[in-house]
Ligand binder design. Structure first.
Ligand code: SAM
Length: 444
């Protein structure tokens, strides 16, 4: 449909938000909107926000503020706010605070935005598009135009919300209690992505291993993986994030067995100190986490493992930080997603524990681990020199093709051909802590 109407979506934060923005973009395009790069040129601007750390919240508020002049110039511009800054509770206080925002949508539910856009539009083409009738829960998705034929990977949410309540985490307060998504909806989502050329599907959940545990009638994660493994066109399957207490032997064996499920596990430790883990309310000890890593490595051949670490949590002493350093130097995990503790209003730690590690000290601890992990990652990558790995190519970057190994490592290679979506063997001939490069062993 020819149209002059434009939308712009700005996405911050986790993979779940990326998936939610994709669904919103798809819905707006079904209404006849086209994506536009600059928000000031859009009729509808949506900020999909994150609150996990103060810095993310500040960025969203900054973005919102920067939209004010555009809204002043064009009062018909619709501004939507979505995601964790909105949360799932009453939006009235937020409306009062941000009067120039027209519509608010909770995480993983863009429907209020689409409904509002519909209610504001008078153009005939949009009214007729209304008849297109969104099936929000059917699961199927039509990729936004810009991603059609170019996107190789996509996220599929399977567990919404979280009920674990780690002391530092805002997510349960913003995304609500844990609920598993209908398996038929998930399969329809995955099938529709595969039919549009998506090769790699990453299943998402705050504690993904808990998929189906809240519903007697739903399959559990291993069975869900088996069903997705059967979908034609899907070539790679990943899932994140795991919690150490919920990774079963069956799940690990399933990962080892299913050919399309990649040998990469994201299982955050958050700290290597038992005292800090206890005050974080994580529910396991360092020894238990180490045993789990050993079991994962024993069960899944050539597995790579990622973790999340928070430095400077309330009361973390130098000695306790040292335990985390030891934990990481002993375990030599492949990836560490590192964060400095950021108190989040309403969480247990914010309410009851002083944020007593200074910013400067948090940064110092951050850099110590950053350097340590740089050396560990370099070591992992060097082991691959001269080896041939299978790479799923995603895009051209800096005039070279960039893709990922089964282990999630980034690999560059040169080719005049279009490698988008191709899985090709690459012989690694250089490595760094962050990326690797090599020669295409064959090109089909
Ligand atoms: N659900 C997963 C889990 O249980 O670990 C990850 C979810 S969270 C969105 C991603 C990461 O953000 C967490 O693993 C944690 O390391 C970090 N994070 C969460 N709250 C934080 C806070 N208040 N300050 C700093 N980092 C935080």
């Amino acid at each position: 449909m020819e149209t002059h109407m434009k939308y712009h979506i700005w996405t911050e934060g986790c993979q779940m938000n990326t998936a939610d923005s994709q669904r919103l973009a798809s819905a707006l395009e079904a209404l006849g909107y086209e994506s536009v790069e600059k928000p000031e040129n859009a009729d509808v601007v949506v900020l999909n926000t994150c609150m996990v750390r103060q810095s993310a919240e500040d960025r969203a508020l900054g973005r919102l503020g920067s939209l004010k002049p555009a809204k002043k110039k064009n009062p018909d511009m619709i501004i939507g706010l979505m995601g964790c800054m909105v949360g799932y509770k009453d939006t009235k206080p937020l409306k009062k605070k941000l009067p120039f925002v027209d519509v608010f949508a909770p995480p993983s539910n863009p429907k209020p935005i689409v409904d509002y856009v519909l209610s504001r539009q008078i153009a005939d083409e949009v009214r007729s598009a209304e008849a297109a009738d969104f099936e929000w829960n059917s699961g199927e998705i039509l990729l936004p135009k810009q991603q059609r034929g170019t996107a190789v990977s996509a996220y599929v949410p399977v567990v919404y919300g979280c009920s674990h309540a780690c002391a530092y985490c805002i997510i349960p307060y913003k995304r609500g209690a844990e609920r598993s998504r209908d398996p038929e909806e998930i399969l329809a989502h995955a099938r529709s992505l595969a039919a549009q050329g998506i090769k790699e599907i990453t299943l998402l959940g705050q504690i993904i291993d808990r998929y189906g545990l809240d519903r007697e009638d739903y399959p559990k994660l291993p069975e869900l993986l088996r069903r997705i493994n059967d979908i034609d066109g899907v070539e790679r399957i990943r899932f994140l994030t795991s919690h150490p207490n919920w990774m079963t032997d069956e799940l690990l064996k399933t990962v080892a067995k299913l050919p399309k499920v990649m040998n990469h596990i994201e299982v955050p430790a958050q700290s290597g100190s038992d005292a800090v883990l206890e005050s974080m309310r994580r529910g396991y000890t360092d020894a238990q986490y180490r045993d789990l890593i050993a079991k994962i490595r024993d069960t899944i051949p050539n597995v790579s493992i990622g973790t999340d670490i928070i430095v400077g949590f309330c009361g973390e002493t130098e000695e306790q930080f040292g335990e985390t350093v030891r934990h990481l130097s002993d375990l030599k995990l492949n990836v560490v997603h590192l964060a400095r503790y950021s108190p989040r209003t309403g969480t247990l730690s914010e309410r009851t524990m002083p944020d007593d590690v200074s910013e400067a000290e948090k940064w110092r601890r951050f850099r110590v681990i950053e350097k340590l992990q740089e050396d560990i990652a370099a070591e992992h990558h060097e082991k691959l020199l001269g080896q041939t790995v299978n790479v799923l190519f995603e895009e051209k970057k800096h005039r070279r093709w960039l893709g990922r190994t089964e282990n999630m490592d980034l690999v560059f290679a040169d080719s005049e051909d279009d490698l988008t979506g191709k899985i090709l063997p690459v012989k690694i001939n250089w490595t760094s802590p962050w990326t690797m490069g090599g020669e295409l062993a064959a090109c089909s």
